[in-house]
Design a protein around this ligand. Sequence first.
Ligand SMILES: NC(=O)c1ccc[n+]([C@@H]2O[C@H](COP(=O)([O-])OP(=O)(O)OC[C@H]3O[C@@H](n4cnc5c(N)ncnc54)[C@H](O)[C@@H]3O)[C@@H](O)[C@H]2O)c1
Ligand SMILES: [Zn+2]
Ligand SMILES: [Zn+2]
Length: 377
Amino acid sequence: MATAGKVIKCKAAVAWEPNKPLVMEEIEVAPPQKNEIRIKVIATGVCHSDLYHLFEGKHKEGFPAVLGHEGAGVVESVGPGVTEFKPGDKVIPLFVSQCKECRFCKSPKTNLCEQSWSSDRYAQMSDTDTRFSCRGQPILQFMGTSTFSEYTVMNQIAVAKIHNDARLDRVCLLGCGISTGYGAAINTAKVEPGSVCAVFGMGAVGLAGVMGCKRAGASRIIAVDINEEKFEKAKIFGATDFVNPKAHQKPISEVLIEMTNGGVDYSLECVGNVAVMRSALESCVKGWGVSVLVGWTHLHDFSAKPIQLIAGKTWKGSLFGGFKGKDSVPDLVLDYMAGRIKLDEFVTHTMNLEKINDAIELMKNGGCIRTIINVSK
Ligand SMILES: NC(=O)c1ccc[n+]([C@@H]2O[C@H](COP(=O)([O-])OP(=O)(O)OC[C@H]3O[C@@H](n4cnc5c(N)ncnc54)[C@H](O)[C@@H]3O)[C@@H](O)[C@H]2O)c1
Ligand SMILES: [Zn+2]
Ligand SMILES: [Zn+2]
């Protein structure tokens, strides 16, 4: 490869500071170091966690950065020590690594690898050990991935090799939102056949949660959102009932308890709002109800009455749907290729990288499920 071993100058959308539009810049991407892979990013989705960092997180750390963590691409070159990947391989960058050696990777109980950027940097949400620079200044790699750039560099423990026939402008969605919601239902909640579920928030994460509940055999899936325009999509993924909390005087948990004769077996919170997290727990049936936190926030503490848990409910959380990425993402790609899971139905818009701020505005205004950004040809 003509570019191997050299610095690559390429286009990237840089977040210089919070609450400002991204700026298209020429950045320099250093060659991969030991155990690293340089990836040509072909396509990426925009996830609410990108917006959270830019607008909602209220922290000044973690900038300037290149956002984006829902991408797919092709290996451009590999650093010393990399044997699992070669130039031309199709890959999905992972924001939760899988080193396969730490105590967490060795346990079947969790996907939280100790080597992840996220293991102790939640406030910053970025990897400070970056291969990016722009005008002589280091640019951080948001969630370790930075897919809003034509090229990125990742450690091989955070890259999944996928089938070479996979359509990259679809399977990129498995890099975050879809795996997250789907896995939260299947792996974390462990939804059982015949059960009654409620999913709060019908963005891509929540819709994927609905898809997971349906796949697990739920008999009734209640979609909850304050934006009724989302309900049409929810139906496609298997939702059977639709509730807009704003259309009711009573608290939403009371509405769901009445609808289900005592509460749902499983609920998923896919909004990132601590009040909704509480409602999702309170909507569960006593005795065995399980509520899973999927939405992201670190701004507020949550609260609940202890009797909720004393009465036998379980409150859990899920990062990346509980999937160990290197093991599971290649299989999820095959599931999509075989028609076992949907991805096309999540895509409402397609744009080039230059239009990234339009894609961000669309999500901010609730006008999309997922926008696919074509990053490079
Ligand atoms: N845990 C993880 O690993 C992980 C991974 C990806 C995303 N996330 C988080 O998941 C959440 C959803 O992400 P997304 O990309 O689907 O976002 P999104 O913005 O597309 O969807 C959020 C949905 O919630 C709805 N909503 C807002 N307030 C509500 C309320 N009070 N009650 C019911 N619905 C309400 C909105 O109308 C919207 O449809 C975000 O918080 C994101 O940061 C977590
Ligand atoms: Zn995400
Ligand atoms: Zn590990």
